[in-house]
Design a protein around this ligand. Structure first.
Ligand SMILES: [Fe+2]
Length: 359
């Protein structure tokens, strides 16, 4: 059997990762102390900690073993097969390095390891170094961070629902309008290839885009007939009032901007700031189109809803000038797909959208 000099052994003995040195045939020529401790602690019955055995051959036998035999399940067999392929690729020179994370759970704890296979310097009978590093604390921390993130998202979602409910208690029309705009905005966003996280934020923002109307007296909000100039000025304040209400909350999405900018127009003719083009955030440009469409087709106490064709005509006329061209195209594509089914989607409760987001 080949031997390894003392200095190489003392280097690998200093490492906490479980390290094995393999020769050109994949035979284990040396292991470090951490490897031995791990083998002892896990009841490994490999004679001599595997020294003198062919490591790649052992992995291949594990990969080929029937489920319930040497390997506990199909996942273990798959891991053994992947590790064997990775080590072989470095052994025969097709790769200089191979890495993979894999679970290796014990009955008493869940564990994860990082496998690293590297080439040994030329001129030695040793060909590769195989290292298994316990990365369980890192994986546990990652999982905890993911759990915290999910809890935070649930909290934001609940907060927005509470705000929407508060609006509904006072002004059922605005609440219903916001829900419909949220559904439509997500359908448009999906056709613009927004990722799930962005769609979720868009849905939240659209659900409360008119929150600022909470400051408008109900008799102005729903009064039939032409509004006076001061009354119209009060209504035009609602995006900024909404922004004031929301800007202190650190959402992971630009919710306050969506609310503040949903009446801005691409050519600068909107309000409150007269922003132009892409100075308006994408979500606000989407909400603007969904908002106009729903406002046109919806019944109000002081006027009946207009036909869907009229709403689509408004979008086509304003495409690229008042409304973002890509957003209008996505909206038109959606309506051409759903056709007469629009009313079914139109009435769908906003809660239905959450599973669709796969979030
Ligand atoms: Fe609005």
């Amino acid at each position: 059997m080949t031997t390894v000099n003392a200095s190489a052994l003392s280097v690998i003995d200093a490492l906490t990762a479980h390290v094995a040195l393999l020769d050109a045939q994949g035979e284990i020529v040396a292991v470090n102390e951490a490897w031995k401790h791990f083998s002892d602690a896990n009841g490994s019955r490999l004679p001599g900690y595997g020294i003198g055995s062919n490591y790649v051959g052992m992995l291949q036998r594990l990969a080929d073993a029937p489920v319930g035999g040497a390997c506990s399940d199909g996942d273990d067999r798959q891991i053994a097969a992947s590790v064997a392929v990775g080590i072989s690729s470095v052994l025969d020179g097709r790769a200089t390095r191979f890495q993979m994370e894999y679970p290796c759970h014990a009955p008493w704890e869940k564990r994860w390891f990082l496998l690293t296979v590297t080439r040994y310097p030329p001129g030695s009978h040793i060909r590769v170094v195989v290292s298994h590093e316990n990365i369980t604390p890192l994986k546990v921390a990652e999982q905890q961070a993911r759990d915290r993130g999910l809890r935070m998202v649930e909290t934001f979602s609940t907060m927005v629902e509470a705000i929407a409910l508060a609006i509904e208690k006072r002004d059922p029309y605005t609440a219903g309008h916001q829900r419909q705009v949220a559904v439509l905005a997500v359908e448009i966003g999906r056709r613009m290839d927004l990722h799930d996280d962005q769609l979720f934020g868009l849905h939240l923002g659209a659900t409360i885009h008119d929150i600022g109307k909470i400051s408008i007296p109900a008799e102005i909000l729903n009064r039939p007939g032409k509004l006076s100039t001061p009354e119209y000025a009060i209504i035009r304040c609602h995006p900024e009032v909404g922004h004031e209400i929301l800007c202190g909350i650190e959402f992971p999405w630009p919710i306050a901007d969506m609310v503040c900018q949903h009446h801005e127009r691409m050519d600068g003719t909107g309000y409150p700031k007269g922003l132009i083009g892409t100075d308006i955030c994408l979500e606000a440009r989407i909400i603007a189109v969904a908002d106009v469409f729903d406002a046109i087709i919806s019944h109000r106490p002081y006027r009946p809803g207009r036909r869907m064709t009229e709403a689509l005509e408004e979008l086509r006329n304003g495409r690229g000038r008042i409304y973002d061209a890509d957003v209008v195209d996505a909206g038109l594509s959606f309506f051409s797909e759903v056709g007469d089914d629009w009313h079914r989607i139109h009435r769908r409760d906003a809660d239905d959208i959450h599973p669709l987001l796969h979030f």
